[in-house]
Structures are given as structure tokens and as C-alpha cells.
Write a protein that binds this ligand. Structure first.
Ligand SMILES: NC(=O)C1=CN([C@@H]2O[C@H](COP(=O)(O)OP(=O)(O)OC[C@H]3O[C@@H](n4cnc5c(N)ncnc54)[C@H](O)[C@@H]3O)[C@@H](O)[C@H]2O)C=CC1
Ligand SMILES: O=C(O)C(=O)Cc1ccc(O)cc1
Length: 365
């Protein structure tokens, strides 16, 4: 599989993040793209990510080695039919969509199994668009690969290497298993967030007391309700059966919790909460075991002019060298934080003590 000429159909948060990292890894790669809006293409051209400055006809993708489908899932599926008669024989089409069964079924129907490898980076945010994309978004995140029955070992390995080059962790899954697991850990949580926000919006008083006092817990649980409505409409439609089944299970479980509270049994409540707490505490961050050699911290900084300069000067003043520094926005942290990478563990530990002394809030993976 070559990555000399790459095409993107859809170039928002995810497509843009992949394109940024790809261009950084290999500045010589030729990337072309089309999207829903001309502005996206102008922005990407302005960032030096793509070769074209206009929306493209699909025919322009005829000599691409790899094509990334990075639009909402229904659009990705629609594009397959048109691409079938355009792509070169050994072109690999891949997608980043949040659901996999429908697109794999379309691939089988069109006889494109040799040309398709499904993909799904398990990272992102509630934000959209190329201007929110970030070359570090995919780092340390699982990137699920769903091969077809005709994917060759060579292509699968090449694709795995590409995933690693993004800093992601490759995980091969059957596309049906993917849709069952993501319905539970991604699609259902988004529905819970949307419905909770909807409830509060409708029961709040005219004075909007609830909205005014909404604090950490509500914000933690509902951040993802700010996600793209079009994207989530597409996902619900595409993974409807799995999602409905999980919503039923969730309803039954929620009802069980209601009964426990109604019964007033302290022990049952504590058991239920303790059991959930144990499971939640046992979640490890992706890559935590794999990237131990990564000397990085994440620091909250005030959104004010000179914030980064003050912090960088503080470290320099204490003789601590920075390897890399940049603002990131991803799923682990509520708001943007500064990611600082150091050359070794000693520098990292010194930086932590200097910054803690100045009351900076520090996060580690
Ligand atoms: N947002 C997230 O956190 C994640 C999203 N995904 C998947 O990635 C895909 C893209 O999502 P995002 O990048 O977040 O969305 P986005 O809204 O940031 O970007 C979508 C892109 O698709 C383009 N687009 C829309 N309709 C189009 C059409 N008819 N033809 C060509 N381009 C079109 C838009 O112009 C935009 O460039 C979706 O399939 C989503 O399920 C996967 C992992 C995480
Ligand atoms: O914002 C978050 O925390 C997410 O969960 C992002 C996300 C959205 C859709 C996906 O298919 C994968 C990840």
C-alpha cells in the first residue's frame, strides 16, 4: 500500500487531524480533498495541508493510492457507489466512521472488499471542523481496524503501520463486534447525555436556576451533548438495532436503581455505587502501559494573553528544557490544556514540582 497520493472526502475534526499528522510525518505526501463547504478547502489549503484550493469532482480521486472517507457515516456510504468506477485497481478506501456494519455491507454489495479497510479512531470531541482538528488528537487512542474477508495480510499490516504512525494503538475487530461494543461505550452515553440535557432544559424554571448552578457533575456527564447533531443522527440511524437494544437494557438498569432508592436500603445503594466505582476506577487510559517512555504532563492554563509565555519562562528560569509544547483539546480533559513534553523523567519531575509550587493544576496520563 502506498501513501504517495492521498484523498480525503470530508475534512473536518477527524479528517483534518489525520491529514495534519500525515503531513507532519511526510511533508512530501500529496493530499487532495473535497468537503461539504468551499471554506473547509480554503482553510486546509491555507494551512498547507492539501494541494487543491477548490472543491473537487470525484473524478479527481482517480489516481489516489488511499482515500479517506471522513464525512458523516451515511455520506461515506453513498460515496462508495460513485468511487467504485473511478478508483484505480489497487486503491485502498478507508473510512473513519463511528459505525461499521452498514458500510461493510455496502462494500460487499458493490464487490469492493479487496479495496476497503474499515477504520475508527476512538478519539475525538464534541467540536467539529478543520479548524478544531489537531495533529495530536489521535495520539495514544485506540484506532479500530475492521478488515474485510478479502483484505490481504500485506495491506492489513501496512494499514496497521499507518495507524501507528499517527501515534494511535491499532486494534483489529470484526465489524459486527465493533458496532455492538461502540453502541455500548460511545453511542449509548451520547444518548444519555442528550436526554439528560433535554430533561433539564424542559424542567428548569424561568429564572433558569438549574442552568445557573450547573456544576462539575452535570458538565462532566453532558459535555458530549454539544456534539454535532447531524453526525449523531447518522450514527443512530446506522446502528439503530444495537443502540435500541442497549437503550432498553439501560432503561431496565435505571429502573433497578430507582427501585433500590425507593426501597430505601442503604446497603443495596452502597453495593450498587461501590460496584460501579470499582469498575470506573479500573478503567485505564489507552496507551498508559505502552508509552511509558513519554515524558509528558498536561497543565491547565488561564485563557489570557501571555499564559503560555509565563509558564515557559518559569521552566526556562529553573533550567528545565522543553521538548514539545502545545495546546490540545481532547476527550480526557474538559477544556483545552497545555501539553508539555520533556526530554527525560528528571526534567519532568522538576517541572512538576516547580509548577505545583506556583499552584498550576497538572494532569498525567
Ligand atoms: N467527532 C468525533 O469525535 C468522531 C467522529 N468520527 C466519525 O468521523 C466522521 C467525521 O466526523 P467529524 O470529523 O467529527 O465531523 P466534522 O463535522 O468535523 O467533519 C465532517 C466533514 O465532512 C464534510 N461533509 C459533510 N457532508 C459532506 C458531503 N456530502 N460530501 C463531502 N463532504 C461532506 C464536512 O464538510 C466536513 O469537512 C464521522 O463519520 C464520524 O462518525 C469518528 C471518531 C470520532
Ligand atoms: O467527545 C468524546 O468524548 C467522544 O466520545 C468522541 C467520539 C465520538 C464519536 C466516536 O465515534 C468516537 C469518539
Amino acid at each position: 500500500m502506498h501513501f504517495d497520493k492521498v484523498g480525503f472526502i470530508g475534512l473536518g475534526l477527524i479528517g483534518g487531524s489525520i491529514a495534519r499528522k500525515m503531513k507532519e510525518n511526510n511533508p512530501k505526501v500529496s493530499i487532495i480533498a473535497t468537503a461539504g463547504h468551499q471554506q473547509t478547502i480554503e482553510d486546509a489549503f491555507g494551512l498547507g495541508l492539501i494541494d487543491n484550493n477548490e472543491l473537487l469532482e470525484l473524478n479527481s480521486f482517480k489516481d489516489c493510492d488511499v482515500i479517506f472517507l471522513c464525512a458523516p457515516v451515511n455520506k461515506n456510504i453513498e460515496y462508495l457507489t460513485q468511487l467504485k468506477d473511478i478508483i484505480k485497481d489497487d486503491c485502498i478506501i478507508t473510512d473513519v466512521g463511528s459505525t461499521k456494519t452498514q458500510i461493510h455491507e455496502k462494500v460487499i454489495e458493490l464487490g469492493l472488499e479487496r479495496n476497503f479497510i474499515g477504520g475508527h479512531p476512538m478519539t475525538g470531541s464534541e467540536k467539529t471542523g478543520i479548524l478544531n482538528s489537531d495533529k495530536q488528537l489521535l495520539e495514544n487512542a485506540y484506532y479500530i481496524i475492521t478488515p474485510t474477508a478479502a483484505t490481504t495480510e500485506e495491506n492489513q499490516n501496512d494499514f496497521k503501520q499507518f495507524v501507528l504512525s499517527l501515534g494511535s494503538i491499532a486494534l483489529i475487530l470484526d465489524y459486527r463486534e465493533h458496532d455492538h461494543a461502540t453502541a455500548a461505550i460511545s453511542h449509548l452515553p451520547h444518548m444519555i447525555a442528550y436526554s439528560l440535557v433535554n430533561l433539564i432544559e424542559h424542567i428548569d424554571s424561568e429564572k433558569e436556576t438549574m442552568k445557573t448552578i450547573a456544576a462539575g457533575g452535570f458538565r462532566d456527564v453532558t459535555r458530549i451533548a454539544a456534539s454535532s447533531p447531524v453526525m449523531w443522527e447518522n450514527i443512530c440511524e446506522s446502528n439503530k438495532t444495537q443502540l435500541l437494544s442497549l437503550m432498553d437494557q439501560y432503561e431496565a438498569n435505571f429502573h433497578k436503581l430507582r427501585e433500590i432508592i425507593a426501597d430505601g436500603s442503604s446497603q443495596k445503594m452502597i453495593d450498587y455505587f461501590q460496584d460501579s466505582k470499582n469498575y470506573r476506577d479500573s478503567l485505564t487510559l489507552p496507551g498508559a502501559k505502552i508509552r511509558k517512555d513519554f515524558h509528558e504532563i498536561f497543565v491547565d492554563i488561564a485563557d489570557e494573553a501571555g499564559g503560555i509565555a509565563v509558564l515557559a519562562s518559569l521552566l526556562a528560569f529553573n533550567g528545565i528544557n522543553i521538548k514539545n509544547i502545545g495546546i490540545i483539546n481532547n476527550r480526557e480533559f474538559e477544556e483545552g490544556v497545555l501539553r508539555i513534553e520533556f526530554y527525560d523523567e528528571d526534567a519532568l519531575e522538576s517541572a512538576i514540582s516547580v509548577l505545583k509550587e506556583r499552584n498550576y493544576t497538572i494532569h498525567r496520563r
